[in-house]
Design a protein around this ligand. Sequence first.
Ligand code: SAJ
Length: 416
Amino acid sequence: MKICVIGLGYIGLPTALLLSEFHDVFGCDINEVVVDKINNKIPPFIEYGLEEMLKGSSIKAFTRPVESDVFIICVPTPFDKEVKMADLGYVKNATEIIVPHLRDDNLIIIESTVTPGTCEKIAAPILEKSGLKIGQDIHLSHCPERAIPGRTFDEMINNDRIVGGIDKKSADLTEKLYKCFVKGNIHKTDIRTAEFVKLMENTFRDVNIALANEFSILAEEIGISAWEAIELANKHPRVNILTPGPGVGGHCIAVDPWFLTESTTNARIINIARQINDGMSSHVLSKAKKIFKEQNIKNPIVAIFGVAYKGNVDDTRETPALKLIKLCEKEGWNVKIYDPMVKEFEYPLLPLEKAVRDVDLIIIETDHTEFKNINAKMISNFVRNKNIIDTRNIMNCKEFLDEGFKIKILGMEAGD
Ligand code: SAJ
């Protein structure tokens, strides 16, 4: 079978590679750099197992679609902050560019996250511009991805999967296709339910992270450790509180909940959770302000450790670090950035020694494993003032305390 995957990013490329073990797979991406890298077997981003999979695969990438039996759309759905709505521009464009290549019996699968109703109301009419009728000549389904970056291949293979068909045949054909590499169960439903399920999953996580974040702020006020309290609460068989942190980033959890709020006034918890998680950067800033006030530090220099949205990935999309950096700059502070995983960012990325030279405070934003092994003595020689805010509770505190550092851990500040 010939399959064309449109969008070769964090989801499209791994999906294409897994399918290429069983079918002839062609990739299509508007970014020529990405296309060249894939054709030269160079991973365009960091993902566990990607390099090996790419080396062993026969996949060919192009900047336009290739006539195929199946088209899988894996392009991003950004959030339009101005109107607080899903920006379906890439999905629409990806659907439009396959129209001239469609023929009888084609299956079109939308993996991109979309607002409920998009496949029926937007994608289907575009596809029918080909003169082919959905449900009669061609087939359409939504098969949202569920893989977590850092474990993408493992999760794509082993997680259960939801398939929503515009009709039964579309769902059956999609199930049959994904069965070649998915070991989890495939659950079939209608297309609109599948769209909603995907948004519910990421919203569930966002709301639960917001609860953990709110608990961490309350624990600071009470003067106890949120980390210990959460660990103890989680000993209850029906309680599973998530981990507090500096806010929620990534292209999914920080974005998808808004897709449920765009056309209703009834999404109240969802809105509040977004506010809490987005507010964490200001909370971290207030901790920094307190340190500078207490120690009478003027014109401070701050080092931000980690601009990836989470540990051990190179992805900075929607990273809460960006808001923190901008808030620090608004205070007139000088900001330096260190992230050993990230290659490209809006601000210059510095090597460790340069990033800590003369700084008054280090803020740990991301839980990269590498940060746990940072040598406290070395850092101690370069900084001007020995302060750390650890928003992830990952640093080796003893080593730093021995070097004379003052460490404030998010969720552990004693009450005033
Ligand atoms: N985070 C916390 N505390 C936690 C867990 C996460 O602060 O306890 C933060 C992370 O640091 C990060 C953000 O939340 O900034 C999101 O990270 P994540 O690891 O929870 O999720 P993603 O965005 O990498 O992947 C999610 C996953 N969705 C769910 O777990 C419901 C993944 O399965 C989806 O496939 C993915 O979104 C997607 O593409 O939709």
